[in-house]
Design a protein around this ligand. Structure first.
Ligand SMILES: C[S@@+](CC[C@H](N)C(=O)[O-])C[C@H]1O[C@@H](n2cnc3c(N)ncnc32)[C@H](O)[C@@H]1O
Length: 231
């Protein structure tokens, strides 16, 4: 069983996702207490993919996060570096052009995407700032970025209850539904260590994205960050 540490060696992260691939989507639904579908709808609205547009869904895993963009008529490229997740994705969604690639060295030319999005993936990338710069490189001038990531609840009492859920209730729950419960201990630890909403917005600006802004979902358990590539 593979569990990445917070130092997040890339091969450990990829191996950890290889292990959870088969039950990944089901586990997500259970552990997010049904909120995952709601968050995905909010991402689809924020990306606002139009027919014919090119959308990169980075760290797409099994491709589930890519489906709303394909449904909107966009040409979506799901990209991930876990071959286990990609294999599971190809079995489930044979029509998606699932692509192997590392977020910090994307196998795409400059400026080819109208929008780049990453759901529940950026936190797992070892070199976050390098990935933010790569995402900007492959986005056309004026194109948009949408990041959906676990964040920090804004209301202190709720933050306390949520942190208890993460550290105490989630691991035993994961034990019952996941093929690799240790991966969910990593999940809890990595969420706690992740920058809060303003700090992530500042990193977007530092990576060259303009007008970074965010919207909290479910009280800030998740935040949607948006920004644009300079025109
Ligand atoms: C929690 S899953 C999210 C999958 C999907 N976006 C979703 O919303 O269900 C995180 C994914 O990030 C991928 N990942 C982590 N680091 C990566 C990197 N450096 N390059 C590409 N993918 C990466 C993992 O392999 C994993 O499939």
């Amino acid at each position: 069983m593979t569990r990445a540490t917070l130092e997040k060696e890339p091969h450990e992260v990829a191996a950890m996702f290889d292990d959870v691939a088969a039950k990944y989507d089901l586990t997500n639904d259970v552990l997010s207490l049904g909120q995952a579908r709601l968050w995905r709808r909010a991402v689809a609205r924020a990306v606002d993919a139009r027919p014919g547009q090119r959308v990169l869904d980075l760290a797409a895993g099994t491709g589930t996060s890519s489906l709303p963009f394909a449904a909107a008529g966009a040409y979506v490229v799901p990209c991930d570096f876990s071959l286990g997740m990609l294999r599971e994705g190809r079995r489930r969604h044979p029509r998606l052009p699932l692509t192997a690639g590392d977020a910090t060295r994307l196998p795409f030319a400059d400026g080819v995407f109208d929008a780049v999005t990453i759901s529940f993936g950026l936190r797992n990338v070892q070199e976050t700032d390098a990935a933010l710069r790569e995402m900007r490189r492959v986005t056309r001038p004026g194109g948009r970025l949408v990041i959906c990531e676990f964040s920090h609840p804004t209301w202190a009492p709720f933050r306390t209850v949520y942190t208890e859920y993460l550290m105490r209730a989630l691991p035993p729950l994961a034990e019952r539904v996941s093929s690799s419960p240790d991966a969910y201990v990593y999940l809890a630890e990595s969420i706690r260590a992740w920058p809060d909403q303003p700090a992530l917005a500042a990193r977007l600006a530092a990576a060259g994205w303009t007008r970074p802004a965010w919207r909290n979902l479910t009280g800030g358990i998740v935040a949607l960050h948006r920004a644009h590539a300079p025109s």
